[in-house]
Design a protein around this ligand. Structure first.
Ligand code: GUN
Ligand code: ZN
Length: 655
């Protein structure tokens, strides 16, 4: 059954699988533009598949249609026969040619029918390409026309249909186009952006994607027409773009330019061995410069395709690792226009927050603007709200902050009143009890390595509060109780935390002093990973279910799936009846049946608002279930393991 499934994610970005009549396509994927005329292909698609594992390409149905010999062959052998390729073939409708070179004599109905006839895997509606400069009226007219054609195409075509999302730079039109395309399209193809990409207008591109994103149906793959420069792949993926297409690998080769994820390099300028890829090992670039033009063009096209595919691989790996913002920021350093685009994206955290994960393995700072990522924005807001409730504390300098410092700061004054401590972190002042939490706990950045100041050593910390009593043995228990209360408040809100906390105690790592487990009568109820987040065990889930208001923290499982979830199997999206809207990806949810009986606890893969439109795939990965073994040791769990993030010094003892 054709369709799209989300397998892994980092925020809006996702690893997915698009099933088509010619097999599955792993996304994000680059669909190289392939000319339908074999004489005009620097690399044949079969060679792309054989040598580089290219599983999908895009070609022009329009050029095929208007060129009699190509058309005759495609009608006979299908587009796959014409291209000599049995992977996934998406076809484009000619809207761009119409726009760039004038009239197209094909009708919208004809070109959709033709794509069906030649058995394209993904048929594209003939849209009206809308220039960024198009005034509102004109953009709206084009949008109405495109959508009428899309609805007619949907009625006429049963295969996968790509519906372009136009609207120019008019935010409300983009949003409307995205919503309407989502009603009929299998692939939602953001269009009209080639001028933005070619002219490095990444601020406007970011705005267009920000405007479209909230109304793009979450369970559908998103295509971005014309994303060809590998510089832009990570940027586009941040907004949840799943498919890139471009002829850039060939276009740049034709004019002697090399594509790299850090930018473009002119072959003419290359004198040194700047690339050590397999291709350059055999034919050094300095040598390629002297080749005959046609040999050079093919060689550069292959080179450009290789560097582009490699970057797609990096984007995919970054999504797995939860490091896509870092990769995008690193790429943005290459060009100020891209930096500006990324900054524009960060001015719209509301677009990212609904799918922003509860935590990641590390928070690696690339530059000062890293501290504007959605994760940091959310953290600062939540800390601010908490500090308003609690009142500001005495602030101590962070400088290498380690949890064992708890031991050096007295939690009470001489009269026995609580002393709240705030720690000055790169994210602003944070209550000491919360400094293990992502993004502070796994923060890896400049402050971690800058010259340490005496101000941060435990003895200096202690000396900074001469009015306070000496610390006693009982203080650490007091700190632990206070930390448990604060962490549960952080995660579940003050009311639920107030009901949960009594009777709980904590176990700290002997090596690092970190809080590892929260127990009740000797049984582990919550386990903390390197992200500092308390995650309930199955028994802990029972406690949370009793303490949290009905509906909160829960995902309700349809009767058909109850035995599977109870047996520890993942919950599929179509069996999720409802979910607490405050759950985010990565958060641990309580899985209950319709009678509110707890079946298991599990990690959210989808956000609650995505459940209804995901036709297939996992919604929640079950981590502990009724009658199953409890996983209590965080070291068993890759994400919960206590090893420090790579590159970061292990817990530092007192200096
Ligand atoms: N190729 C590049 N941009 C576009 C676009 O907006 N629409 C279509 N159909 N193809 C494109
Ligand atoms: Zn190379």
């Amino acid at each position: 059954m054709p369709g799209f499934e989300l397998l892994e994610r980092d925020g809006l970005a996702r690893l997915g699988r698009l099933d088509t009549p010619h097999g599955a396509l792993a996304t994000p994927a680059l669909l190289p533009v392939v000319h339908p005329d074999p004489d005009r292909q620097p690399i044949a698609p079969a060679e792309m598949a054989r040598r580089f594992g290219v599983r999908g390409v895009i070609s022009s149905a329009y050029i095929t249609w208007r060129t009699p010999p190509l058309r005759a062959r495609a009608e006979r052998e299908g587009i796959h026969g014409l291209l000599g390729y049995d992977g996934v073939v998406m076809t484009d409708s000619g809207a761009f040619q119409q726009h760039a070179y004038g009239a197209v004599e094909v009708t919208p109905e004809e070109i959709v029918a033709f794509q069906g006839l030649i058995r394209s895997d993904v048929t594209t509606v003939l849209d009206r390409f809308t220039e960024p400069e198009a005034p509102r009226e004109e953009a709206e007219q084009s949008l109405l026309t495109t959508m009428d054609r899309a609805r007619a195409a949907r009625a006429a075509h049963s295969g996968l249909l790509a519906v372009p999302v136009q609207g120019g730079v008019h935010d409300e039109l983009r949003a409307r186009a995205a919503a309407e395309a989502s009603e009929v399209g299998d692939v939602l193809a953001v269009g009209g952006v080639v001028p933005l990409l070619e002219q490095y207008r990444f601020v406007e591109l970011a705005r267009s994607l920000v405007a479209a994103r909230p109304t793009l149906r979450p369970g559908r793959p998103v295509h971005l027409f014309g994303t060809g420069h590998p510089l832009t792949f990570a940027f586009a993926a941040l907004f949840g773009v799943d498919l890139y297409d471009s002829s850039a690998y060939h276009k740049f080769a034709r004019r002697g330019s090399l594509l790299f994820p850090e930018g473009t390099v002119e072959l003419e300028d290359v004198r040194e061995p700047i690339c050590r890829c397999a291709l350059c090992e055999v034919a050094p670039l300095a040598e390629v410069r002297g080749w005959a033009p046609s040999d050079r063009e093919r060689h550069l096209a292959i080179h450009n395709l290789l560097t582009s595919l490699e970057e797609v691989g990096r984007v995919r790996q970054a999504i797995r690792d939860g490091t896509l913002w870092e990769l995008a920021e690193r790429r943005a350093v290459a060009h100020p226009a891209l930096r500006a685009g990324l900054a524009e994206a960060k001015r719209h955290p509301e677009v990212f927050l609904p799918t922003e994960p509860e935590s990641r393995r590390a928070f690696r700072e690339i530059g000062p603007e890293s501290l504007d990522r959605p994760a940091a924005f959310r953290f600062r807001n939540r800390v601010a709200a908490l500090r308003v409730r609690r009142g500001p504390g005495r602030t101590v300098r962070r400088i290498p902050l380690r949890p064992e410092y708890l031991r050096h700061l007295p939690p009470r004054d001489r009269s026995g009143n609580d002393v709240p401590w705030d720690v000055d972190t790169p994210f602003g002042p944070v209550p000491l009890e919360l400094t293990d939490l992502y993004p502070v706990g796994p923060y890896l950045g400049l402050e971690e390595f800058a010259a340490p100041s005496r101000a941060g050593t435990p003895s200096a910390l202690r000396a900074s509060a001469p009015d306070l009593p000496d610390r006693t043995e009982a203080d650490l228990d007091l700190w632990t109780t206070r930390q448990i209360g604060r962490l549960l408040e952080w995660r579940y809100g003050a009311e639920t935390a107030g009901r949960l906390a009594p009777g709980l105690s904590g176990v700290r790592s002997r090596r690092s002093g970190r809080l590892k487990t929260i127990v009740h009568e000797g049984s582990p109820m919550f386990v903390l990973g390197t992200d500092g987040v308390p995650r309930p065990t199955f028994r802990g889930g029972r406690l949370v279910a009793a303490a949290a208001p009905l509906g909160r923290e829960r995902v309700v499982v349809a009767a058909d799936a109850v035995p599977f979830v109870r047996g520890g199997r993942s919950l599929f999206a179509r069996f999720a009846i409802s979910a607490d809207p405050s759950l985010v990806p990565g958060a641990t949810a309580l899985l209950v049946d319709e009678g509110d009986e707890l079946l298991g606890v599990g990690r959210m893969l989808l956000a609650p608002h995505e459940l209804a439109t995901a036709d297939r795939g996992v919604a929640v990965h079950v981590t502990a279930h009724a009658g199953g073994p409890e996983r209590v040791d965080p070291d068993d769990d890759a994400e919960g393991a206590e090893a420090p993030p790579d590159g970061r010094p292990d817990d530092v003892p007192e200096r």
